[in-house]
Design a protein around this ligand. Structure first.
Ligand code: DX5
Ligand code: ZN
Length: 219
């Protein structure tokens, strides 16, 4: 199933609840929540208190993307504040398998994210244990960057790798997805689509989310 996961990183935090409700009203099933620690990525975004405060706004899936060094330190905190799906970066975990186990032990869905330069082979021995793989289509750390074209081939290779193993694991793509690039990633085999600036950037959130969802309906 194709799912839109609008990234609140590009929302206006003065009226976060209203922005979230508009995106959900358009048909978004997930809400993408980018946590940055200023170590794994250069920037710092927000953490548990913000997630906790928006949890009552909706029962849609909170898709929490941890751009955090050694995220295993915080799995319980993010579970407690309302995450439904926690994605950790393979590059940020010394013990990736253990971190996946920690997420699953809390009854949550687990995802693994790969930076653009990280090869798919790091997934070889965990691929059967995760619910989602996130292919970064920009270098993580900021909203509003340009889609890296080489990632199309990576998405297609991952979809083949999953199909060859009889798996229907979700492939999420994150970074630079807009009306111009969404067909490319859907065609390559992605099915969970993160969009930050393309949904929350300047005005008509509902309309922009609806147009992306229309295109997703064609695949
Ligand atoms: C970037 C974040 C993204 C970001 C995407 O490091 O992981 O989720 O919000 O923003 P856009 O869609 O504007 O590229
Ligand atoms: Zn993200």
């Amino acid at each position: 199933m194709n799912i839109l996961s609008p990234s609140i990183l590009s929302a206006d935090f003065r009226h976060l609840e209203q922005d979230i409700l508009e995106a959900i009203d358009a048909g978004a099933e997930y809400l993408h929540i980018d946590v940055m620690d200023g170590m794994f990525v250069p920037s710092i975004s927000f953490g548990m208190p913000v997630i906790k405060s928006i949890r009552p706004v909706t029962d849609k899936t909170f898709d929490v993307h941890l751009m955090v060094e050694e995220p295993g330190r915080y799995i319980d905190d993010f579970a407690d504040c309302g995450a439904d799906l926690i994605t950790v970066h393979a590059e940020a975990c010394k013990h990736l398998d253990r971190t996946i186990q920690q997420i699953k032990a809390r009854g949550l869905k687990a995802g693994v994210a790969l930076n653009p330069a990280t090869p798919l082979c790091v997934l070889d021995h965990v691929i059967t244990k995760v619910d989602m793989i996130l292919i970064m289509t920009v270098n993580p750390g900021f909203g509003g960057q340009k889609y890296i074209p080489e990632m199309t081939e990576k998405i297609a290779a991952l979809r083949k790798m999953l199909t060859d193993r009889g798996l229907e694991t979700d492939i999420e793509v994150d970074g630079g997805i807009s009306e111009d690039t969404i067909r490319t990633v859907l065609g390559a085999g992605a099915n969970v689509i993160v969009a930050g600036s393309a949904v929350f950037g300047k005005g008509d959130i509902r309309g922009k989310a609806a147009r992306l969802l229309d295109i997703m309906g064609e695949y």
